[in-house]
Write a protein that binds this ligand. Sequence first.
Ligand SMILES: [Zn+2]
Length: 429
Amino acid sequence: MATSDWLTGIYLTTSEVLKYPDYVERLRDEIGLNTVVMSFSGELPERVLAKSPYGGRVPTEAELGELVLRHFDGRPVDPREYDRAQALCGPGVSATGNDETFRQAVGQLKDAGLKVWTYGGAWTIRRLMFCPSRVDVREWMEAVCVHWATQYELDALDITHFRYPMGSFPLGLFGCTCSACAATAGEMGYDMDAMIADLKSARKGLQNLDGKRLSEVVRLGFGFFDVMHALGLRSGVLDWVRFRCDLVVRNLAQFKAAVRRAAPDTAFGTDTYPASMALTAGHDYLRWGEMADFASPLVSHISAFVCNTFIEWAQFLQEEIPDLTEEDALQLVYRFLGYDGMGLPETVAAYGADEPATLAYRIPTADLVLRDLVKAKLYLPADMPSYPIIHGEGWGRDTIDRIVSESRRLGHNGIVWQGTSELMDYEFK
Ligand SMILES: [Zn+2]
């Protein structure tokens, strides 16, 4: 691929763009920046707002409880996220936008010769997810995507959080099982009750394991059939993973088609969960072409997405299985999730979870990120453009350089940066 086709992007907010106009110009001249992914901070017109499941007002906690993901034990999500959901005008869109400043920022970037993408949040806010089966939520998101694609002369939508909650919130793996999702499961050929029964049976299988013997096996190594064998895994568990992926594909394919009809020149994509754990978030790389024009593997969140998942799952296993040590629980998780053999920490304390900003210096960050970028190219359709999202600060220059050069070798098509202090000196005054 010619260097000119290489996408160099950065995530910025509208206010950053307006406050530091020379920042992107210098990035353009010094590192070849050609694209800015700017958070949507405009307003929505009445005809779009009329479709909001919020009905034009701030929803009560009881009303939100009806709109959001429900766990298979009947609990709604953690209400701690409700205040964030209540600050929106509908799933994924802030109620405090200003169209004039958003348009001004888009115009300023275009004048600087840059492409402009936007991202809006969508289905998930940390633990909270709006139910993916509800027709009102889907019609709303479609109307919002079409508005974004048609009103601001944007080059692409790179919608964020179109997925199930991240693996570091284990309860998120077991939703949504609400009545709308049960009905959708039936329409798609799945049986919600059978899936829930098989999930519960797998958990029983886990609890029946002898922790000491399991530790011995973990140190020797285990494979796909061992997992199936040990848990007495039944087909409903696989169906559960597939059902969630099918729902995400159906929803995103609907939005992509609507955007294509309304704005044929605006690309549609969504940030893409790290490949090793993508299926846990409902992201199926093999089918990415059905629901997006490009992939943007979000491999920058090494703390929230990846390491916190290791820690949470290891602690969950220790709770479920007596006599399983923390060290063995971590090794089990590494192997099960496909991150073994790279020298990840042997104890939870070694992660220093209270200092996420320096985490990259305590773990083999380049190996971790590249493992997911190698897998991404195995799974993504061969012609699918792919723009990994990585950190340009807090990771160290050697790590960054290795990830970028390997990304080129692997056939990815650019990098979208989060932070640039390792790439260019710039003082934000
Ligand atoms: Zn649901």
